[in-house]
Ligand binder design. Structure first.
Ligand SMILES: [Zn+2]
Length: 377
């Protein structure tokens, strides 16, 4: 018998064109003075203004000064605007960066502090912030249903995770139509992020029956629809299935956390500028091969691969490599711009806490050889 605890408090409202329901949702929830937190690209496309206009005066402003890998400064500026305008709610309309910034800002706005104080661990997130409605525009991070916000403190040179039950959005409005304009390279990277969330949740040490269920469903959808979404950006079915995969993977890794491929992704993004999903994809097939050939999860991963229609777990890994090549993600050290002289530094920076969630123990020597195997030579 297996004991487990599962919690997911965010209502998920999913459907093509659902964004037009926003005014109704705001009225139902009695929210009447809000800030729309969005990305510059959403402002340029006129989507942010449309949401604001349709809100019937319930949204009083737009904040979009957010960079990819959002910073403490972005978050503090957003929190200052929430305070100044006396907002009683916020909407995050964007990808992972917008969502992460908005989740932290909604909490920080109710305090006299900077996001840096919470990121450093000096202060604790100990109460709910301003309610946030999360509307993702990419299929990737699933930040709309998780407790996590990843921020960068440029002053101290650290990228770190804020996580608290108080950071859950109060509502997730998932409208796949918003992902239709996603450029192929973003579709590719964020789609592989979904796959990394699924596979790492499935074999991660904290997996449990309900996260297994969500992880397997999400991975199945990625293998069935990601290449179509990449090849045919206008394919509504593929876009909708990838949105479903993203939020479903969130229901898994939001509980289990991620594992080794994500731990390795942080220095790849920070030091080599590789986008998050691409950085996770870089080592994901290697860790899948390792975890399905030794350690406690080999049988589960073989059975998983077969249920997904692969001959065995190696065939699933080969499929990932093939998808990465077609979608022009980084597949070798050379493509990623990593010199063999820098490998020791990269390895030593790869040991974030989630590294220890991997079912097979990863040592520095082991990780170095995983990287060396990714060399063309
Ligand atoms: Zn991720």
């Amino acid at each position: 018998m297996e004991n487990f605890y599962y919690k997911q408090p965010v209502p998920i409202d999913f459907g093509f064109g659902k964004l037009s329901r926003m005014p109704e949702i705001l009225a139902q929830m009695n929210l009447d003075r809000g800030l729309l937190i969005s990305a510059p690209s959403m402002v340029r496309a006129g989507i942010a203004q449309r949401v604001m206009e349709q809100s019937g005066g319930r949204i009083i402003g737009v904040f979009s000064d957010i960079q990819p890998n959002p910073t403490v400064l972005n978050t503090d500026a957003c929190a200052a605007m929430l305070r100044k305008d006396k907002c009683t709610f916020a909407i995050a309309l964007g990808g992972g960066s917008v969502m992460d910034c908005a989740k932290a800002a909604c909490f920080v706005a109710g305090t006299p502090y900077s996001a840096a104080d919470f990121l450093s661990g000096e202060r604790k997130i100990d109460h709910a912030g301003i309610p946030l409605i999360a509307v993702p525009t990419t299929s990737g991070t699933a930040s709309e249903v998780t407790t996590a916000s990843v921020l960068t403190d440029t002053e101290r040179g650290v990228k770190a995770l804020l996580a608290s039950d108080y950071l859950y959005p109060v509502y997730a409005l998932v409208d796949p139509e918003l992902t239709m304009t996603c450029p192929p390279r973003v579709t590719a990277a964020s789609g592989f992020d979904v796959l990394a969330h699924s596979l790492e949740a499935y074999y991660g040490k904290k997996h449990q029956p309900l996260t297994d269920l969500a992880a397997e469903r999400a991975a199945t959808l990625v293998f069935d629809y990601l290449l179509t979404a990449y090849r045919e950006p206008d394919n509504q079915e593929a876009r909708a299935k990838m949105s479903e995969a993203s939020v479903t993977a969130g229901l898994a890794f939001g509980i289990t956390q991620t594992a080794a491929a994500h731990a390795c992704s942080y220095p790849l993004t920070q030091d080599y500028g590789i986008p998050h999903g691409d950085a996770c994809a870089f080592t994901l097939p290697s860790f899948w091969r390792l975890n399905s050939s030794e350690g406690p999860e080999t049988e589960r991963l073989q059975a998983f691969s077969k249920r997904l229609g692969f001959k065995d777990s190696a065939a699933l890994a080969d499929r990932m490599d093939m998808m990465k090549r077609e979608m022009k993600l980084h597949t070798t050290l050379e493509e990623a711009g990593i010199n063999s002289a820098d490998l020791d530094d990269l390895v030593s920076k790869s040991f974030a806490p989630n590294m220890s969630n991997n079912p097979v123990e990863i040592t520095k020597e082991r990780l170095k050889s995983i990287y060396q195997n990714l060399s063309e030579k």
